[in-house]
Design a binder for this molecule. Sequence first.
Ligand code: HEM
Length: 417
Amino acid sequence: YREQIPVDKGIDNTAKLLIEGYNYITNRRNKFGRDIFETRLLGGQKAICIAGEEAVKVFYDEEKFVRNGAAPKRLRQTLFGENSIQTTDDEKHRHRKELFMSLMTKERLEDMNRLIERELVNAVDRWSNDEEVVLYNEMVLLLTSAACEWAGIPVKQDELGKVANELEAMFDSAGAIGVRHWKGRVSRNMAESWLQQLVQQTRKGIVEGSKDTALYKMAWYQDMNGELLNERIVAVELLNILRPIVAISVYITFVALALYEHPSEKEKLINGDGEYAELFIQEVRRYYPFFPLLTARVREDFLWNGHDFKKGNLVLLDIYGTNRHPDIWEHPNTFFPERFKDREESFYDFIPQGGGDYYRGHRCPGEWMTIEVMKVALDLFVNKMEYQVPKQDLRYSMLRFPSLPQSRFVISQVKKR
Ligand code: HEM
């Protein structure tokens, strides 16, 4: 069957997307009573918005969609970089995805946990001398240090702040216009140039490091034609590792917020085994806003859900709305970690870091690392330190991408436990 899907009228609804933020698609879905509708965005382009489990399944069907040419230019200029893995398809994508996945071995994930643990324990010592600590800012610095060390990238202590600022600006500018967007672009250019030089030095043997680091593997990675990547692209892909590791600071800040907003959870975490910690982390990733949506383009015409998808059409998958979809989640707007207990895992219904298969599709290769690092931070907050949360503005905007508590989470009277 074919039918006319609902249309959000207007020649360009980008302004509505900016005004309603994470809820733009959900609001229309509620209004139309459908998980599919048409709109016009990004300069009046026709775009189909979809949400829910079936939508995730179709979105991650590689025969139906391509990513090349789907991400808006302003995102490539800040968040991803040009010619990054996010913009590749088919054999080229799968070949490069192997590279990213090869960095995520059990050993290398444990290396990261050790680095983070060391950084956090040192930080608690420092914090105990400070009157107040802005948790998010501290996490950005500490994750930058751990990310660079993990990836085999040498950074002098006095340059750490600058590198941290640049990496943060790249994801913080994702949904920004004006000054914040420009800060992201300038930061990306500076960081790409710096890493490009480092890749040159690695290839000349001037910088040496362990063979299992991202720097080494990416510098010497051969594409499907057996050729080394151009240095600029290696730099872009290194940033595709460093930047999102630093972005875990957003989730860690939400972990702290969740503990604060739900004090009874702390008891369960102290008394529970590691299993409850895992449920709690999953619920933080489901409940709090991070990635709002994903974009792809239709590869070839097909019919789905009564709608003719035409080659080249822009399609938006609602990440935030799927993680709170009432057909998937009971009481979706309640924070309730137990919902993940004995839950059957599916590639298509819980998608804070994308869905589908890691190797074949674009699902986030850093998902395991993100969960592990969040667990280390949660264990610190619950079991290894004491702190107070002074009065502050903890509201987080549903319009800003990525969202973050206004105060960036201030803590005081920090003590080691
Ligand atoms: C892709 C979210 C952490 C590396 C993605 C995607 C999302 C996402 C939504 C897009 C999936 C798609 O296009 O289908 C997040 C969030 C993180 C995070 C919320 C929390 C901070 C990480 C980490 C790494 C990483 C720690 C690396 C160490 C990547 C890469 C891609 C990606 C390279 C592109 C994959 C591809 O195109 O095949 N991430 N991510 N991310 N992420 Fe993450």
